[in-house]
Write a protein that binds this ligand. Structure first.
Ligand SMILES: N[C@@H](CCC(=O)N[C@@H](CS)C(=O)NCC(=O)O)C(=O)O
Length: 216
């Protein structure tokens, strides 16, 4: 199975982590958004990453890909079957994909993507405003929502909720966006714990090395 994209995208990183937690191997074909690669465009008609291919079956959108993988490889279950737990899991994924990633994208795009990959200046003020205005209510919410100790967001085992919520924090690391451990101790400890799993850590290490090589 092929996943088109780059793990620098929180959507791609989420699918990679999800597949790893299931023991499913994905071959990553690196493409940038809008890449003309025919395999990618057949999988992702609007040129967004991730795209995905399993034989002659192609799909785009991280959530669609994840639901496909969950149905095809049911064990270990990462999306609970019980109604309330399933609803909460999908809420956390949607919260991450829309509210959290929207904030992170304003920072990551303007500090990294535009200047390094698009060859044009970003808007550091827009990034600063996102950090000042958008991020605190998100972190305030998470500080109430995340579990203490070694727990998980939904139920007593890892689910898609944990992968979706923790993953975008790797982009905050790449932009040196500080999450204050005195103000958000539970969130910082929780995110560090999830991102240190083997489904995330090697990807984040590679991203960090790649960004260190790329000229600013
Ligand atoms: N809802 C989609 C969002 C995918 C998405 O927006 N990916 C970004 C990269 S982080 C992209 O390809 N952006 C380029 C564009 O919007 O043209 C998903 O979950 O996969």
């Amino acid at each position: 199975m092929i996943l088109y994209g780059s793990s620098l995208s929180p959507y791609v990183r989420k699918v990679l982590a999800f597949a790893h937690e299931k023991g499913v191997e994905l071959e990553v074909q690196p493409v940038a958004p809008g890449d003309p690669d025919p395999g990618f465009r057949a999988a992702s008609p609007f040129g967004k990453m991730p795209g995905f291919r399993d034989g002659d079956y192609a799909l785009s959108d991280s959530s669609a890909i994840i639901h496909y993988l969950e149905a095809k490889f049911p064990q270990p279950a990462l999306i609970p079957a019980e109604a309330k737990a399933k609803g909460r899991t999908i809420w956390f994924e949607e919260f991450a994909d829309t509210i959290l990633v929207s904030c992170g994208a304003k920072i990551f795009f303007n500090l990294i993507v535009a200047p390094r990959f698009l060859g044009r200046p970003g808007d550091p003020e827009a990034a600063r405003q996102a950090e000042l205005n958008d991020l605190p209510p998100i972190l305030d919410y998470l500080e109430r929502a995340v579990p203490d100790g070694d727990g998980y967001l939904v139920g007593d085992s890892l689910t898609l909720a944990d992968l979706a919520v923790a993953g975008p924090f790797a982009n905050f690391r790449h932009t040196n966006t500080r999450v204050d451990p005195r103000r958000y101790p539970r969130t910082v400890a929780y995110v560090d714990r999830i991102l240190s799993r083997s489904s995330f850590a090697p990807w984040i290490e590679r991203e960090t090395a790649f960004l260190a090589r790329e000229p600013a």
